[in-house]
Each structure stands twice: as C-alpha cells, then as structure tokens.
Design a protein around this ligand. Structure first.
Ligand code: SF4
Length: 447
C-alpha cells in the first residue's frame, strides 16, 4: 500500500464525473497521489442510483475493492454520491472497510474527513446532511483540458414519479452567478475553450430561493460574453422550464452550440402525466419547432424510459412517433425499474419485463436508423472540430485526433506532425459516417 495514495471509481452522470475530478484535485493539493486500487490507501466509489444497473455495479465494485485489497482494514473505503445517500449507514458493515459516506452536499468536507479518518482508524464518518445553500467548493486548480464542466446548481425540486434525485441530491440550490463566472474565467485562463454548464435541472437555475436573482438566460448571456470562450453548452434542461428567452438564446449567443439534450421520457400524454413531467406531447413538439425556427440545424438528443407502469402498446407507439417527429440524433433509453422511495415504485400495472425489453429493442433500432440517416446527411458538410485528444484510430504516417463538432458528435481526423493539437479548433469536411461517430479531413487553418 502506498502512503497518502487514492483511487476513485466513478459511476453515473457528468455531475458525478465532475465531483470525482474535484475530489481528485483536492486530494492532490493535500499531497495525495493517484494509485491503482491494489496500492491505494484510500478508495472512493462515487456512485449513481438513478438506474438499477449502476446500483448493482456499485455493489460489485465494493466487493471487487475488498478482494483486490485483500480486505485490508488499513485501506479506507469511502462511498460517495446517490447510493451513499440512499443506503446511508447500512453501508457500514461490521467487518467492512467502508468508513466514510459522502453525500452530494458533503463532498466539500470529504478531503478533510479522509485525512481525519486516516489518523483515527477506529472512526467512521457520515457526511450525508443536506445544506441550505450551494456551498462553494473552491477552485479546481489544475483541471486543464479544452472542455470545462462547471456546476451551476445542485439538486432538483421536480420529484418526477420515477426519479430518486430529489432524495439523493436534495432540493434545488442555485450557485451564485458571480462564483460561476469566476470559475468560468479561471478555466478559460487555464486554456479551456468550451464551457459546459451542469445541473440536474440546469435551466431552472435561479428559480429557487437560494439563488441571487440571476436567471438562467441571464447567466448564459454573461458566460457567452467571456473573452476566450469559443463554445458554450449546458446539460440537462427540463422541457417545461425552456422559456422563450432560453429558446432565443440559441439565435442570439454566438458561442451557444446548436445541440441540446432534451429529455422526452415518453411520447404518450398519459404516461407523461403519470410521470409528473408537466408537459405533454404537443408542448414538447411545439418547443422543438420553436428551437428549430431559431436554429434550423439544431441537433437534439433525448432520454426515454420504456415500460413505465401502465404503458400500453399504443403509448409506446406514441413514443416511437415522437422520436421520428423530433428527429433525435441520439438517445439514452432504458427499461423502467422501480427505485425504492419513489412514487412510481408504488404504481400498479407494472409492465412485463419481457415486453419492456422488446419495446426497448424496437426503439433502439429506430434510433440507429435515424442516427444513420442524419449522419449520412452530414457527409460533405463543412464544420469545425474542437480537438479533445488523440484518437485510437490510426492512419499511416499521420496521428489521429478526436474532438466534437458544434452538434456534439464525436469526430475523428488525421493530422500530420508531432504537435499536440489538443484544444485546437480545426475546420474540416466530413468524409464518412460510422455508427456513432463521424470521420473528417482538415479543410483550413487551425486556431
Ligand atoms: S427533473 Fe430530472 S432530476 Fe429532477 S426529478 Fe425529474 S428526472 Fe429527476
């Protein structure tokens, strides 16, 4: 075991990835070094329980940590995120290595708690309390890279019937606009060219009483005006909170990319009502139309839950029809599963899992066909790629790089020379489409 070493295992969404990155940099600032699980003195499992599968993966990961570290009691294991919040002190098994639980609001105190627990091997700590306000975590020093993910809020007030987030991440707390802008400026000064604003319900920013009066569209405009910013994105918005000013921002703010992940969840009005989503199919289509009026090239992605309790074949067909009408370029889709503590877990009329799986397969086939068709249209088009790093695809005599176009699609291209092109913007022509990615050729000078 290496003294003052750590290993972080991360499951789940971009917010979890960002939380893990913050913890990693904070531990590094305190003199900790990264190590493999087998050598680490501290192992953090940052978890997600939005879906059932990740929760099972977490149990498997903890068993794996135990096996790899030979259940060494000197290894401090911490469980962070949604599973820690949901299962709480049940995770402290008597013989277990788990001695620290970190909720989303407790993360800020985790580095100090880790040092404390290393000095006190018989102690256990639980940092699961929710705070009233968004607590500033301090700057992520050294978080380099061309794309900066910046948290602007924590939690959610929506209580969709199937979702555990309001219980595991707490009620919505908007971060002060001045702090968001300060972090964005710092990340741009460190070399970032793209900023992605993160929040569980990102476009409800400012609607809670904990904010400072700045609205989401106001914040977007301020971030978009920062010197050095080439691209701006945000994730994940709620369709019901997309106000007219959020739609027009796609026409008004040059850095705001024409790509939006807009969770539909279902195309059936009855299912949407049972889910508590507070919009119906007509509202959603109307929003899509307004977005495409402002940006005809708007690329939309979505989330779909298949087999929500009570979903009939007709409801499911409404979802398929909506997928086609909205022309989603990509979607995350999965079969509904009960999350303990949510309203939907108590709903009758559970859909037979075999029926859900069959529907999911049909939906995913439709998405693949749609993606292929939309990608094929891109061949021959000019666009710009922000290089994020080297690609594993290689071409003789050239190094292959990968990055994203303004529509958020991963693009591979070969560039000559041994220069590190990370963070460069490259004009390209799309030459080929694959199942999930595009291939391109350089078509102009880098900047
Ligand atoms: S808006 Fe999103 S995070 Fe909030 S409860 Fe609904 S699904 Fe969960």
């Amino acid at each position: 075991m290496i003294d003052k070493s750590f290993h972080i295992i991360t499951f789940g969404c971009q917010m979890n990835v960002n939380d893990s990155r913050w913890l990693e940099l904070s531990l590094a600032e305190r003199g900790f070094v990264k190590a493999d699980t087998a050598d680490a003195q501290v192992v953090v499992v940052n978890t997600c329980s939005v879906r059932e599968k990740p929760e099972r993966k977490v149990a498997a990961a903890l068993a794996d940590v135990r096996r790899v570290t030979r259940a060494d009691p000197k290894v401090l294991v911490a469980v962070a995120g949604c599973v820690a919040q949901r299962l709480g002190e049940k995770l402290f098994s008597p013989e277990g290595q788990v001695r620290l639980l970190i909720g989303s609001d407790g993360l800020i105190r985790a580095p100090e708690a880790i040092e404390h627990l290393l000095a006190e091997p018989d102690l256990r700590l639980s940092l699961l309390d929710f705070t009233d306000r968004y607590e500033e975590r301090g700057r992520m020093r050294g978080a380099s890279g061309p794309v900066a993910q910046v948290n602007i809020m924590q939690g959610c007030d929506n209580f969709c019937a199937y979702c555990i987030v309001p219980f595991t991440r707490g009620r919505q707390k908007s971060r002060a606009a001045a702090s968001v802008l300060e972090e964005c400026r710092a990340r741009l000064n460190e070399g970032a060219r793209e900023i992605c604003l993160l929040g569980q319900n990102v476009n409800a920013y400012g609607q809670d009483k904990r904010g400072d009066g700045v609205t989401f569209s106001g914040l977007l405009a301020c971030v978009a005006a920062l010197p050095g910013l080439a691209r701006l994105r945000y994730v994940t918005p709620h369709p019901k909170d997309m106000g007219p000013e959020d739609v027009s921002a796609f026409g008004d703010l040059a850095p705001l990319c024409p790509r939006l992940h807009l969770p539909l969840q279902s195309g059936s009005d009855a299912v949407l009502k049972n889910m508590g989503r507070k919009y119906d199919g007509r509202d959603f289509l109307n929003l899509v139309e307004r977005l495409r009026k402002v940006r005809p090239d708007m690329a939309l992605g979505t989330d779909i839950i298949v087999g929500f309790p009570g979903e009939s074949e007709k409801d499911f067909e409404d979802t398929l029809n909506m997928m086609e009408a909205c022309e989603f370029v990509s979607s995350f889709s999965f079969c509904y599963s009960d999350r303990p503590g949510t309203r939907a877990a108590l709903f009758p009329d559970k859909v037979d899992p075999a029926v859900s799986r069959e529907r999911l397969a049909r939906l995913q086939t439709l998405q693949e066909t749609q993606t292929r068709r939309l990608f094929a249209k891109r061949v021959g088009q000019k666009t710009e790629i922000l290089i994020e790093g080297r690609s594993r695809r290689q071409e003789a005599g050239k190094t292959s790089w990968q990055g994203r176009d303004p529509y958020g699609v991963l693009v591979h291209l070969a560039l000559s020379g041994n220069t590190d092109y990370t963070g460069k913007m490259v004009p390209v022509i799309i030459t080929q489409c694959k199942k999930h990615t595009l291939m391109a050729q350089q078509a102009g000078g880098l900047w």
